[in-house]
Design a protein around this ligand. Structure first.
Ligand code: GLY
Ligand code: MN
Ligand code: MN
Length: 446
């Protein structure tokens, strides 16, 4: 599936971003790409991924490069490939060729960064002593967040391209399940699709029958007919733009009644949030909507006791849904979380330390051209439920005995990528079904 042609040539897209930055923070700014980290000898490196803030303004995943921005003008700082490097890695475009392609006005060797450092705002983790004072850096970061929160058309096209490949990967994972005996085999089927499209994974894949381990990165378990398989796998386009999808499906191709019941509760929360997502809506309120919807469903199933509002106020829902309903998506899967909560939390807001809110990564009003994930879940995490039951604190709110009926439901998450539009929202990953019958069909007959 070819990448869609961006609406503007790359250099113009990048220039628009640099001009918009200059309106908010004229500069100077110096951003580094980073460089590969050797494993044991210099030529054997860990996979390299250029820094996302660099990518946002430089557009191409260069290594050992920096970009200097001032008043909308870009200067590229990087070395030409040496003849020796070309012997091993092949010829690469020259510094001047790359500079022209990305619209930089000048290009100099990498060693010139020292000449450009004076007074330049840098990222906190790239800070150098001669850089801008702290107050200026704070202003720069505020401007950076203001730009990167709202995606331009090029970025949206790239996210859609990545999302389309993720959808294909999930379909392949479902189709591969009947013939697979381990999580690793399903993972291979999914990542194979991503690799074959010339993309990479935007994060370490989660493909597990132990979905209760939220970021499970082990793939050795066997697949048993009664298991649910939770797959959280997302492609990243060569340009760096990410996608992030989770589906949960029955290994046998048929949900058991208990699995179907809980799946329906998670899906109700997912659908309610997507239905409500539009400009002006507080993302925190979507999270609370998911919490209430889950609590209502779990009361209906006899797992919780009481009124949803009260249960959520006491964070009882968080025993089974201990994370936030999603996050920003962009050049990174948790976009801009390298800046702490600067992007995720509106100015003046801070994370709650409440059990049911402390993992909420986004607390801002939604606005057009933000892309967020919606990913409610239900998990039976022994490390949470064991002590909670032991404490007796929730005996009036949790029907502990009823949990035995849902033993086979260790973890369910349903995650889609949602673009906020001027009048509502668009699910960028809608081509991948969420209805349980449709998911079953994909496992049975791709
Ligand atoms: N893939 C990580 C997440 O969903 O947040
Ligand atoms: Mn996510
Ligand atoms: Mn995910």
């Amino acid at each position: 599936m070819p990448l869609q042609t961006p609406l503007l040539p790359l250099a113009q897209v990048l220039q628009q971003r640099r001009d918009r930055l200059a309106q908010l923070y004229p500069g100077p700014v110096l951003l580094w790409s980073g460089q590969p980290t050797p494993r044991n000898f210099p030529a054997n490196t860990y996979p390299f991924r250029a820094n996302s803030h660099f990518l946002y303004f430089a557009g191409v995943p260069l290594a050992k490069a920096a970009i200097h921005l001032e008043g909308g003008r870009a200067t590229l700082l990087m070395d030409n490939t040496s003849p020796e490097a070309a012997l091993w890695h092949g010829a690469t475009p020259s510094r001047d060729t790359i500079a022209a392609a990305i619209g930089a006005i000048a290009a100099y060797p990498y060693s010139s960064v020292d000449d450009y450092l004076d007074g330049a705002a840098t990222l906190p983790n790239q800070a150098r002593s001669a850089g801008a004072p702290a107050a200026a850096v704070a202003n720069f970061l505020e401007a950076l967040v203001a730009l990167r929160l709202y995606h331009d058309d090029y970025a949206l096209e790239q996210i859609k391209a990545a999302a389309a490949v993720s959808v294909a990967a999930h379909r392949a994972g479902m189709a591969a399940t009947p013939g697979a005996t381990t999580e690793a085999q399903v993972r291979a089927a999914m990542e194979g699709v991503i690799m074959a499209q010339g993309m990479t994974c935007a994060y370490n894949s989660i493909v597990t029958v132990h979905g209760e381990v939220l970021h499970n990165e082990q793939y050795h378990h066997g697949l048993a007919p009664g298991d649910l398989l939770l797959a959280d796998v997302g492609a990243e386009a060569p340009s760096g733009w990410a996608s992030d999808i989770t589906r949960t499906w029955p290994v046998s191709g048929r949900f058991t009644p208990a699995q179907r019941d809980v799946y329906a509760v998670v899906l109700a929360a997912h659908d309610a949030c997507i239905e409500a997502a539009q400009p002006g809506v507080e993302y925190r309120d979507l999270h609370l909507l998911a919490c209430r919807t889950l609590a209502t469903g779990l009361v209906d199933l006899g797992l919780l006791k009481g009124h949803a509002e009260d249960l959520v106020a006491r964070d009882v829902h968080a025993l089974f849904f201990p994370h936030g309903v999603g996050h920003l998506l962009g050049l990174d899967v948790h976009d801009m979380e390298d800046l702490g909560d600067l992007a995720g939390y509106a100015p003046g807001r801070q994370r709650s330390d409440r059990f049911g809110l402390k993992f909420l990564r986004l607390d801002r009003p939604l606005a057009a051209n933000m892309v967020v994930t919606i990913e409610p879940g239900f998990y039976q995490v022994p490390a949470i439920l064991g002590p909670a039951r032991q404490s007796g604190q929730y005996d009036d709110a949790v029907n502990w005995g009823r949990l035995a009926d849902f033993q086979s439901v260790r973890g369910i998450r349903i995650e889609d990528d949602v673009q906020i539009t001027p009048t509502g929202s668009t699910v960028l990953t809608a081509a991948l079904p969420t209805r349980p019958e449709a998911v079953e069909d994909l496992v049975h007959s791709p």
